[in-house]
Design a protein around this ligand. Structure first.
Ligand code: TXA
Ligand code: MG
Length: 353
């Protein structure tokens, strides 16, 4: 299959592109598109074959449900049933935006879209291209992140092309995304609303509307060494898979600032002496602190770090480094979401000094 790439410029000339893209979705094809979080790989959420194609293109396990994207709240009653009354207030405050809500699935949404579950994840993305694509398709769009399963989520159209060229019909290139980590997921079907995936929004952002919000114990980052408890099974099926994994062995190095720098420099020196190239992910520090290794700076603020992290993991993949050492990226609104992704990329390897 030939994958066509179209740049969208947000002007009148885009019309024809959206018409083509919408037609692809309606006839069961796949279109990748930007959102404010990461690029998504879209198909008709009502069409079981489209969802099957999404799993096949990504190499994604079929028990890992897709998020259904809408452009208007009017679409919701076709997608979910027994919609809790709080959804109106949540939608008013947080949609369009990086929030995904889990509700009871309506029969119009096939089980292929929800990975066999009787619940469905819904979000309204805050990105003109995404909203226009949904509008032109005249369908809600099922879309996971547009990466091959296990790879870092794409934050640029070129990342999508690297992973999915030849596997999908079209990529809408809308430039870089804004946030860089995936949406916050809240399950509204449990007795107490529960945070299943950390993102831009935090549990406390919802307390005014929802009252108590629990956090899935499987994703809680424990104080001791920032490690989530691996013995608990996450409630969002996708959170149990190893994710974002770069080819190199990634270690997170945490603890006292000075000791962390010393430890990274010692490890890099050892490896480089043995002829193994190393990468270092810094957190806005002066690069001259690290005399050896390839340095990629994630930035000093949580916003910059979210924007750059997935791209950095991909860049290191292209450089054939054997080891990557990452500074602790916690802190700020997105710190928890970032550590959740970094921890998965490191497959749990943390060096505490
Ligand atoms: O920001 C985002 O959410 C991006 C953009 C494209 O919208 N999408 C995204 O999709 O991150 P994906 O497929 O990479 O992650 C979806 C997550 C998975 O962990 C999946 O298990 C969970 O949402 N999920 C989907 N439906 C669910 C359900 N019914 N119950 C529990 N978890 C669900
Ligand atoms: Mg994903």
């Amino acid at each position: 299959m030939k994958t066509v790439i179209h740049k969208v410029q947000e002007n009148e000339n885009d019309r024809e592109i959206y018409e083509k893209a919408g037609e692809i979705i309606r006839r069961g094809g796949l279109v990748a598109f930007p959102t404010e979080t990461v690029y998504g790989l879209g198909g008709d959420a009502y069409n079981r074959d489209s969802s099957r194609k999404i799993y096949a293109a990504k190499g994604r396990p079929s028990d890992n449900p897709l998020i259904v994207h809408i452009c208007d709240i009017c679409q919701l009653p076709d997608i979910a049933v027994n919609i809790p009354s709080c959804v109106k207030d949540l939608a008013e405050s947080f949609w369009p935006g990086p929030l995904t809500l889990i509700m009871k699935r309506s029969d119009r949404i096939p089980l292929e879209t929800t990975g066999g579950l009787d619940t469905v994840a819904v979000r309204m993305p805050d990105h003109k291209t995404a909203l226009d694509l949904i509008r032109y398709s005249q369908r809600p769009i099922a879309a996971p992140s547009a990466n091959l399963s296990g790879r870092p989520s794409p934050t640029k159209a070129s990342h999508v092309f690297t992973d999915l060229n030849g596997r999908i019909d079209m990529i809408l290139d809308g430039g870089s995304v804004g946030i860089g980590v995936e949406s916050t997921i809240i399950d509204l079907t449990s007795h107490t609303p529960m945070l299943l995936r950390p993102g831009y929004y935090l549990a406390e952002d919802f307390t005014e509307i929802l009252g108590e919000v629990q956090t899935d114990p499987a994703i809680k980052i424990l104080d001791s060494g920032l490690k989530p408890d691996e013995n608990i099974r996450p409630k969002a099926p996708g959170m149990k898979y190893r994710h974002y994994a770069p080819k190199a062995e990634l270690n997170i190095v945490t603890g006292d600032d000075k000791k962390v720098v010393e430890m990274i420099n010692r490890l890099v020196a050892e490896k480089e002496k043995a002829g193994i190239r190393c990468g270092i992910i810094t957190a806005g520090e002066d690069p001259s602190l690290y005399p050896l290794g390839v340095i990629k700076d994630a930035g000093g603020s949580d916003g910059e770090r979210a924007y750059s992290l997935f791209g950095i993991l991909r860049e290191f993949d292209e450089m054939n480094v054997g080891f990557i050492y990452a500074r602790d990226l916690s802190g700020g609104r997105l710190g928890n979401a970032l550590m959740n992704r970094l921890y998965k990329a490191a497959a749990g390897k943390i060096i505490n000094v």
